[in-house]
Design a protein around this ligand. Structure first.
Ligand code: FAD
Ligand code: NAI
Length: 496
């Protein structure tokens, strides 16, 4: 009887909880209700980008204060930390993206989302020109709009140092399509190696994967690739799996220079056990269709036959950013990116704010920094809206000499409001997955202290940290179910 009572109680709770969740997601999440329309009295805030910085800003911003227009060639937010997992099929593409329109639709006032690429920013006229660069275009595909405030959050692109063959022959690991391209090309290499009668030399070439760049992107991708090999390819391609080689090439003396020494050593020894070759002090000089030319530490030049090369050589500024800097030659001279003040205002253009990877600040170009900057700017814009409203009132008061005292008091209020707190970055630690169910973490500990940890427990921490920092409950549910599916059924080796 007790068993039946317990079963009944559990069933009741499950039914009520599922019903509640069903009601919440169908009634609230999918039907967010009526939004206020644009208000001609409000200022226009244009946001460029839909990445970490822009999305964090949009999420926190009180849109009642502005008419917001967001322009980005990507109509979704991409959770970049799990991109290497998508590359090998541990999680699927759709699980780590969140449509920007979904975020916009949940704001109080309408937010106009435009899928287009900004091609010009004119800080003098306060205008942005943008174009629809997709393969299908309407009759109108390029236009210019004015802004009162502009948030510039276009990120960076992959640095190739103009090394010959990189753009033509290597795969990048920056955007969703890069991970998808990698997955297809990797499986292509494996299937071509399995082609009957393939020579032994050609099989070795096709199964040699070279990752260029020992920063966190290159390390995480190599780790994920190793897992794919040991967890899945050994089952499905037993005759080939042992011949797959992964080589990581890094120009500096060590990999992961931003992590503590102990974790660098731990990563190197984990890679050694996993049979991932690390070539440090080795510089890639050229990438050819079937080989990579490297300069070895002793100065000799070697040509390595390869099936696939992944280029993870760091960031460089976009052309749009370089063009904007050229318009502000006196204040924008840093070759790494845009110079901003403590309040993320672009030096030389007071109505533009810039954040994330497109800026050159004391902080590393990370998602953590960009998202904190976005949230900070959202709070700043709430203050700016208050200031602007008072300024409008002040102008009316100043027009009437009898209201001079009131105008004076309002001026004091405005001056007080303008004492905005500068941006302060709070570092939550650095985490990276290194394969073989191991992760590394450099975590802040009691003020200036640092806790460096690596291993399987850190991997579980990595998983829970990333799961909780995913954009929405929807993303969390998708990623958790992908992890479960991968555990139960393995990764999918079919090629699209
Ligand atoms: P992005 O997120 O790159 O967003 C830029 C946006 O601008 C995009 O929406 C883009 O489509 C848009 N855009 C581009 N050109 C234009 C244009 N002309 N007009 C309008 N919009 C434009 N950081 C961490 O802290 N932790 C991690 O674990 C981590 N893992 C990473 C893994 C990988 C594989 C990569 C590549 C990066 C990782 N990073 C990580 C770094 C992090 O992704 C970046 O620092 C972060 O994305 C920067 O945010 P952002 O908003 O400046 O730029
Ligand atoms: P990176 O700039 O950190 O590393 C690129 C590496 O490529 C450098 O070490 C460089 O020496 C090497 N390199 C460049 N050209 C080379 C050549 N010709 N031959 C050999 N090696 C060459 O770039 P990455 O890894 O893409 O990271 C970019 C930013 O994103 C960083 O700020 C990083 O911290 C952040 N990120 C953070 C992650 C995490 O915290 N888990 C994961 C991925 C990225």
């Amino acid at each position: 009887r007790r068993f039946l009572q317990t079963l009944g109680a559990v069933t009741l709770v499950t039914v009520v909880a599922s019903g509640g969740a069903f009601w919440y997601f169908t009634a609230i999440e999918q039907n967010p209700g009526v939004q206020q329309d644009f208000d001609p009295e409000k200022k226009t805030l244009v946001i460029l980008g839909s990445g970490w910085g822009a999305t964090s800003l949009l999420k926190t911003l009180d849109t009642e204060d502005y008419n917001v227009i967001l322009i980005s060639p990507r109509n979704y937010f991409l959770f970049t930390p799990l991109l290497p997992s998508v590359a090998v099929g541990t999680v699927t593409s759709r699980s780590i993206i969140q449509p920007t329109r979904y975020v916009a639709r949940h704001k109080k006032r309408k937010v106009s989302v435009i899928e287009a690429e900004a091609t010009d920013v004119d800080p003098a006229k306060k205008t942005v020109t943008f174009s629809d660069n997709s393969s299908i275009q309407g009759q109108l595909w390029s236009t210019t709009i004015p802004y009162d405030y502009l948030v510039y959050a276009v990120g960076a692109e992959t640095q190739t140092f103009n090394i010959p063959g990189v753009a033509e022959h290597a795969c990048f690991m920056k955007e969703l399509h890069d991970a998808e391209k990698f997955q297809t090309q990797f499986m292509d290499c494996v299937e071509s190696a399995a082609f009957p009668g393939q020579s032994s030399e050609e099989i070795d070439r096709l199964l040699h994967m070279v990752v260029v760049g020992g920063g966190p992107t290159g390390i995480e991708l190599s780790g994920e690739l190793h897992d794919f090999l040991t967890d899945d390819l050994r089952q499905w391609y037993p005759e080939l799996a042992e011949r797959i080689r992964i080589t990581l090439v890094e120009a500096l003396p060590t990999v992961l220079p931003s992590f503590s020494k102990q974790l660098i050593d731990y990563t190197e020894s984990t890679f050694k056990e996993a049979k991932i070759d690390i070539l440090t002090k080795t510089m890639v000089k050229e990438i050819k269709e079937r080989s990579v030319v490297v300069k070895m530490p002793d100065g000799t030049v070697k040509e390595m036959p390869v099936g696939l090369v992944v280029w993870a050589g760091g960031n460089k500024m976009r052309k749009l950013t370089a063009d904007l800097m050229a318009k502000l030659p006196e204040t924008q001279t840093n070759r790494r990116g845009l110079t901003v003040d403590d309040h993320l205002r672009l030096k030389g253009a007071n109505s533009i704010f810039a954040l994330g990877d497109c800026t050159a600040t004391q902080y590393a170009p990370t998602a953590q920094v960009a998202s904190q900057e976005g949230a900070y700017l959202a709070r700043m814009f709430n203050q700016i809206a208050k200031r602007d409203a008072l300024e409008t009132k002040l102008k009316a008061l100043q027009a009437n000499p009898e209201q001079a005292a009131e105008a004076d008091s309002m001026l004091k209020q405005i001056t007080k409001l303008e004492k905005w707190r500068p941006f302060h970055y709070s570092h939550q630690g650095s985490l990276a997955y290194i394969g073989s169910d191991k992760a590394i973490a450099d975590l802040p500990f009691f003020g200036d202290g640092n806790l460096a940890t690596g291993g399987v427990a850190t991997y579980l921490f990595w998983r829970s940290a990333y799961l909780s920092s995913l954009f929405s409950f929807r993303n969390r549910a998708f990623v958790a179910s992908d992890w479960l599916k991968t555990k139960l059924f393995g990764r999918d080796v079919s090629r699209e």
